[in-house]
Design a protein around this ligand. Structure first.
Ligand code: NAP
Length: 255
C-alpha cells in the first residue's frame, strides 16, 4: 500500500530549530505520520512549548531539548539529551541556522565563524553524533537544510550562502560513504519562506514585490510547504533517494 511507505510509525526524529518556522512544520508533520519527535530550540521559550504541544497532540511521548549550536560540544549534547529522553534518533534534520545580512567588506571574523559553526560545522557534528546508532540498526535519515542561496547567493549574505553551499557538497560526500549502512543523506533546500527571520524584510511591500518577481510561482512559501519534502526524504518512500539537494523554492533556483 503506497500510503504506508510514508509512515514514520516507531521512528524517532530530532529536528533542530523546530521551535519556529520550517523546523516546527517538519516536526509536526513527522509526529502526524507517527514519529516520536525531539523538538529543539536555543533555550526554553513559549515558542518551544507551543511546538512541543503541537507534536504531542499526535505523539504524546515527544520531548523538547535545548542548546546553542554556536557553542562547542552543543551538537553532541543535544543528540545525547534526545537519546536519553526518547532513544537514539533514526531521523536527524539539521534545520537550525544563523543568517546575518551585512555587506561583505564589513563582515567581522567572529560573525563569519559563528555562521559557519551553526550552519555547517554543527550539521556535520549532529550527523557524526547520530550516525553510529543509525548504522547499527541499518536504517537512518540524515537531512541538512540548505537554501536557494546555494545557487542564488544574496549580496548581503555571502557567508550564510557559502555555509549552505558547503552542505550540498557534504551530503554528496557522506551519501557515498554511508549508503551501505542503510542511511541516506540529503539536503532540503528552501526558497523564500514566510517565517520570523523574513518578517521584517517581507513586510516592506516594495522589497516583497521584487522578491516575488524572482520566484516563478510568484508566491512565498509557508512553513508547511517544506514538510512534504522532508517526509519524502525521511520515510521509506525516500529509501532510494540519497546525495541530492531537493529544492523547495517555487522554481527560484532555476529562474
Ligand atoms: P526561523 O523561523 O528563524 O527559526 C530558526 C530556528 O533555529 C529557531 O527555532 C531557533 O531557536 C533556532 N536557532 C537559531 N539559532 C540557533 C543556534 N545558535 N543554535 C541552535 N538553534 C538555533 O528559521 P526558518 O526561517 O524556519 O529557517 C529554517 C531553516 O531553513 C534554516 O536553516 C534556514 O537557513 C533555512 N532557510 C530558510 C529560508 C526562509 O526563507 N525562511 C530560506 C532558505 C533557507 P529559537 O526558537 O530558540 O530562537
Amino acid at each position: 500500500m503506497m500510503r504506508q511507505i510514508f509512515s514514520l510509525d516507531g521512528r524517532r526524529a530530532l529536528v533542530t530549530g523546530s521551535a519556529r518556522g520550517i523546523g516546527r512544520a517538519i516536526a509536526r508533520a513527522f509526529a502526524e505520520y507517527g514519529a516520536t519527535v525531539a523538538v529543539h530550540g536555543v533555550r526554553a521559550s513559549d515558542a518551544l512549548d507551543q511546538s512541543l504541544a503541537d507534536v504531542r497532540a499526535f505523539s504524546p511521548q515527544s520531548v523538547a531539548v535545548t542548546g546553542d549550536l554556536g557553542e562547542p560540544g552543543a551538537a553532541a549534547k543535544i543528540v545525547s539529551a534526545a537519546t536519553t529522553a526518547v532513544g537514539a534518533p533514526d531521523i536527524m534534520v539539521a534545520n537550525a541556522s544563523i543568517q546575518v545580512r551585512r555587506p561583505w567588506l564589513e563582515i567581522p571574523w567572529e560573525e563569519a565563524l559563528l555562521q559557519m559553526q551553526v550552519n555547517f560545522h554543527a550539521t556535520l557534528q549532529l550527523f557524526q553524533a547520530c550516525f553510529p546508532a543509525m548504522a547499527k540498526q541499518k536504517w537512518g535519515r540524515l537531512v541538512s537544510v540548505g537554501s536557494v542561496q546555494e545557487v542564488r547567493p544574496h549580496n548581503e549574505m555571502p557567508v550564510y550562502a557559502a555555509s549552505k553551499a558547503a552542505l550540498e557538497n557534504l551530503v554528496r560526500n557522506l551519501a557515498k560513504q554511508v549508503g551501505e549502512d542503510g542511511v541516506t543523506v540529503n539536503n532540503l533546500c528552501p526558497g523564500v519562506f514566510a517565517t520570523d527571520r523574513n518578517a521584517e524584510a517581507l513586510n516592506n511591500p516594495v522589497y516583497a514585490g521584487q522578491v516575488r518577481g524572482k520566484i516563478p510561482v510568484r508566491d512565498f512559501a509557508q512553513p508547511e510547504d517544506a514538510a512534504g519534502a522532508a517526509l519524502l526524504l525521511c520515510s521509506d518512500a525516500g529509501r532510494y533517494i540519497t546525495g541530492v539537494t531537493l529544492r523547495v523554492d517555487g522554481g527560484m533556483g532555476i529562474a
